[in-house]
Design a protein around this ligand. Sequence first.
Ligand SMILES: [Zn+2]
Ligand SMILES: [Zn+2]
Length: 297
Amino acid sequence: MNLTTAPSAVDPAVDFPELAPHARTTVRLHPRRGTPGPRDSHLGGPLWWPAAEPWPECTGHKDVNGRPEGPYPLVAVAQFTAADFPGIRFPAGTDLVQLLWCPDWHDQPHPEGWGQACRLFWRRAADVTDPLTRQPDPEDHWAYDEDMVPRACLLHPERLTEYPWHEELPAGLAERFEAWLDERGLSDDVSVIPGWKLGGSMGWGVTDMPRRLDCGACGAPLELFLQCDTCEYQPGPFGPEGLPHRFRPLEERHLEPHTSQEEAAREPTGMTVGRGGHAGLYTCSADPRHPASLFTQ
Ligand SMILES: [Zn+2]
Ligand SMILES: [Zn+2]
């Protein structure tokens, strides 16, 4: 199955050249519920995990009387292979990355981070010769559709060009672009693309962008690794301007809005990120093995 984003109403490379040099590539993941295997790229499925390596746990829980609770096994959130995602900057000798988190909110390595405590594991798939077959069941401690536990999804990656959040652009440029769009009655459908995606730029409409976005271990700039989103596109067949919504995949426009099938396409993981927004997992641009921070919007 291919899932395709509609063309944008405006192409800055042609129509607004001042913005063009700021173009970035992002990869929309287009997660859709399915049954991934342990070697596949996926969200919420089984990981290609060595049986001899202890499953990571969260020890940061206490009951109402302050007594330690748990530890609870971390939840498998995502797995990406280099074969499927050559754009990921894998550290030398690795070709598999796995994201696990505790569904509760915890402190982050970056002081302005807010959200789930994330762990990334970078591996060489061929090193896992004896994979773990029985993995912890998130439902022992958590509930799908209530907690931050993703339903198992297959991925249908699509590379797109997008433009950064306005606070990342040189002073005045975002305002000039906005005015140019206003004059023509267009809306911005090229910046900070919604939905689950790898790389690119995230919207910071809730908190504003932190003034410094640096790695706590080495000081190098952080960069967006993965955006997690409640919705892949806005509900209804039309966007806020009454135009067909660009981010509703062309192949799914026949789905009747607000049916269970359409809702599963729009909110495939069943997770409500923050208050129905999105979050970005930021990694160190010098070494993605340095502790990563989640920023929830
Ligand atoms: Zn925890
Ligand atoms: Zn670093």
